[in-house]
Structure formats: structure tokens, C-alpha cells
Design a protein around this ligand. Structure first.
Ligand SMILES: *Cc1c(COP(=O)(O)O)cnc(C)c1O
Length: 428
């Protein structure tokens, strides 16, 4: 099947992206300053400033600017390995052979760093209220694997998860949290910023995030010792000696002062970007009223997302038949019904970019042998749930029925209205 564009919806001349960088002018000034003062390196004023601004904004004591959010997550895993299983004096200690609980419906950069450090991710199913880690499933996971001491949780699409419940469970079982706030910079839960709830936390400045440096990430922590470790590890782990002396394994993970200049210029616009993203979310919500769909949900009482990506999920009864293989998909159009594939085709037909929901990690071939825990217990034991999908496997269900909508903050109201119109056409 293909979306029937018989109404001849005209395509946008310029593509509407899912989420693209939005520059303002200050960025290039800071980059120029780095160039003109010759701080074209991984040290300089832009890096210092970006670290300072981040701590001020998020409310954490220390931040370490790194080359990517993924690098920050890797450093967080190393810190956790050292803290949980290590010999702090020599800086050794890894997650080697240890199970680590992780969000299941997320970008794979949340979990790959666990494997970099030799750990074994066990995926925790998702809940329907915020599309994040399900506290009920997490509690089940601790019943099955009581020895686990580390939990890595993401805040999907900028929506804070059930922080308080997840934290209480981790505290009860003596586990530490690594928070992946890569998508949720500026979002709050009960007034506190995401990126402050774990022991070691990460943000990202990748090109499609709410603010960007074209690349870049940061590790956030309240521990001076941890921040110093990451400063050392991320700059090749040099010891204090006149020659290159190494007692620990090093990495080349520090942020460039040029990249930091871009981020420095973006920070004053974070709140403005969030307001634009929120307006986009509200406009979709309003425009899609009456259709058998709902927006990605959040806890309106306790949280304020950054609305990085607007998503929708189709009511079960309004789903036409859609079958996804590993790389291909097909669907059968039914009157009054639709599916993410058709809507994505419709959006693409007018030169706009949507995207499927993050395919859950437990469905990924690379992680097929890893554990997966639903609120009912061991999700891997019920292979029928894996093949067909069921209400018990929330991740598969949201992946099947949901999609990310074009959420670029430079999209005009007229452009968004047209996107809404083609989505409506899918349900005719
Ligand atoms: C973008 C992203 C990352 C990785 O950040 P990079 O800066 O691209 O390395 C990690 N986790 C999630 C959930 C992300 O969306």
C-alpha cells in the first residue's frame, strides 16, 4: 500500500524536518572568538562557560563537557562500575559480567555504553502514562535479579518519567541511577530539572536535540570526585608528571572549544525553543481532535516536558492491519482506519519528516539474547507476546501504534495545519 494522495496535497518546497538545528547568531560570534583567540582546542572560555551555564540551569554541582551524549553515558557507566565494583585508588572497576537495568523503549545510545563496559543490559518495559520505564516492571525486575545495583533510565522525547516511584524502588534495593536526559534538557519533574535525579547524569547537544552544538554532550553530577575522574579519563588519563604517564585507561572524549561556542550561543534560547515546541504540541493536540488518536502523554500535575518531539498514538480500534518485518513493512488500508506507516507516507508525500517510535531494545537483533521484564515478569518467557504484541508488552504496542510527528521549531502554523490535514485524510 501507499498513501493515496489523490487530493493532490502539494509538497512543501523546503523540507519540514522532524527536528533540525535552529541558530540565532550568537553562536557564530563565540565560534569566531575561539578562532580569533586561537583557542581551537579542547580547552577555552567557551567550554568553561558552557559548563558553568549548565550547572546554573540544571542545578547540579558539576558538569563535564564531552564530545557527545554517548561519551557522557560511557563515562557514567565507568563511574558506576568503579563505584559499585571497583578499587577507587587505582581507578579500576567495570560492569564486566554484571546485569544493568535499562529503559527499553529508547535510542540505543542509552544502553550501548553498558555493553562498552562489559555489562549486560536487562530491559525494563514501558508504561502508558509517560512512555518511560515502568516502575511496576522495575520492581518485578528486582524480584528476579535482586543483585542488580545500577539502573539507566531515559526521559523519552523530552517527557519526564515517573521519577519519584522509580527512585524509591532504586533506593529500596540499594541501586544507583544513571539518568539519560539527552532528549529532555530543560524539562522538569516537581520543579527539578531532569539530569538531577541520578548519581551520574547525561545530556546531549546532538544536531536534532532541543539546543545543539552540532554535536557534544555532558556528564552531570554532584560528586566532585566523579567529575574529576571524568575530566581525567576524557583527556587520555594523564597523570601529574612531566611526561605522558598513564595509570588508567584513557579516552579522547573532551568537547571542542569551537563546539562549545555554538552551545554557549544556544543556551539563551533554550526556553524559547521549549515554548515553540510546546506550541507545536498543543497545535497538534487541537488539530487532531476528533480523530481516534492521542498525543504522547505526560504527567500534567507533576511534570513539565520540553516537548522535544510531538508524537501520536492511534487508538487500537482505529488501526488498520500493519505488519513489520526486520526492515520492511506493509499495511492494508481500511476505511476510517490508519497506521503509523500510512501516516508517515502521507507526511513524506508533502516533503515533511516523521519517524517511527524508537523500536524497543528488546526487539533489536543486537539485544535479542538480553533479558526483558514486563510488569507481569519475564517478558522473554512469553514468546507469543514477542511475536504478536500484546497489552503486556507495552513497548511493542506503542511502537506499533505510535509515531513521531514533524516537530521542527521553524515550522509555520500554516505548514503544521497542512500536516494535520494530511493526517486527517489518512482516517477517511
Ligand atoms: C541523542 C541521544 C543520546 C546520545 O547523544 P549523542 O550526543 O548523540 O551521543 C543518548 N540517549 C538518547 C535517549 C538520545 O536521544
Amino acid at each position: 500500500m501507499a498513501f493515496d494522495n489523490s487530493k493532490k496535497y502539494e509538497a512543501f518546497d523546503k523540507k519540514i524536518w522532524l527536528a533540525s538545528p535552529t541558530m540565532h547568531g550568537e553562536e557564530i560570534e563565540y565560534v569566531k572568538e575561539a578562532y580569533e583567540t586561537n583557542w581551537m582546542s579542547t580547552v577555552g572560555e567557551n567550554i568553561n562557560e558552557v559548563e558553568r551555564i549548565t550547572c546554573e540551569k540544571i542545578g547540579c554541582k558539576y558538569s563535564v563537557a564531552l564530545s557527545a551524549g554517548t561519551a557522557a553515558l560511557h563515562m557514567a557507566m565507568k563511574l558506576a562500575g568503579l563505584k559499585l565494583y571497583g578499587q577507587p585508588d587505582v581507578g579500576h572497576g567495570t560492569l564486566e559480567g554484571k546485569r544493568v537495568f535499562a529503559s527499553d523503549m529508547t535510542f540505543d545510545a542509552t544502553v550501548n555504553p553498558i555493553v562498552y563496559e562489559g555489562g549486560i543490559p536487562v530491559f525494563i518495559d514501558t508504561e502508558y502514562d509517560t512512555w518511560n520505564m515502568d516502575p511496576v516492571a522495575l520492581e518485578k525486575a528486582f524480584e528476579i535479579y535482586p543483585e542488580v545495583k545500577l539502573v539507566v533510565m531515559a526521559h523519552l522525547y523530552g517527557t519526564p518519567g515517573k521519577v519519584e516511584e522509580l527512585k524509591a524502588i532504586c533506593d529500596k534495593h540499594g541501586a544507583i541511577i544513571i539518568e539519560d536526559a539527552a532528549e529532555s534538557l530543560g524539562a522538569t519533574y516537581k520543579g527539578a530539572q531532569t539530569g538531577t535525579f541520578g548519581k551520574y547524569n547525561c545530556i546531549s547537544f546532538n544536531g536534532n536535540k532541543i539546543i545543539t552544538g552540532s554535536a557534544g554532550g555532558m556528564l552531570l553530577t554532584d560528586s566532585l570526585e566523579a567529575a574529576n575522574k571524568v575530566r581525567k579519563w576524557s583527556t587520555q588519563a594523564r597523570e601529574n608528571a612531566t611526561w605522558y604517564q598513564h595509570e588508567e585507561l584513557g579516552y579522547n572524549y573532551r568537547m571542542s572549544n569551537v563546539i562549545a561556542g555554538v552551545i554557549r550561543g544556544q543556551y539563551p534560547h533554550l526556553e524559547e525553543h521549549i515554548a515553540q515546541k510546546k506550541a507545536i504540541y498543543e497545535r497538534y493536540k487541537e488539530g487532531l481532535k476528533g480523530l481516534p488518536v492521542s498525543m504522547n502523554p505526560y504527567d500534567e500535575k507533576n511534570s513539565e516536558p520540553n516537548f522535544w518531539l510531538s508524537c501520536l498514538i492511534i487508538d487500537e480500534e482505529a488501526m488498520c492491519k500493519q505488519v513489520r518485518g526486520e526492515k520492511d513493512v506493509c499495511y492494508v488500508k481500511e476505511q476510517g482506519k490508519s497506521c503509523p506507516t500510512e501516516i508517515l507516507e502521507a507526511i513524506a508525500s508533502i516533503n515533511a519528516e516523521g519517524r517511527p517510535i524508537w523500536k524497543p531494545m528488546h526487539m533489536q537483533p543486537v539485544y535479542r539474547m538480553n533479558g526483558f521484564i514486563t510488569k507481569e515478569g519475564n517478558g522473554r518467557a512469553r514468546t507469543n507476546a514477542y511475536i504478536a504484541g500484546s497489552a503486556e508488552d507495552v513497548g511493542i504496542d506503542i511502537f506499533n501504534r505510535g509515531l513521531c510527528l514533524p516537530s521542527d521549531n521553524k515550522m509555520t502554523e500554516e505548514q503544521q495545519d497542512k500536516i494535520i490535514e494530511v493526517i486527517r485524510a489518512c482516517f477517511e
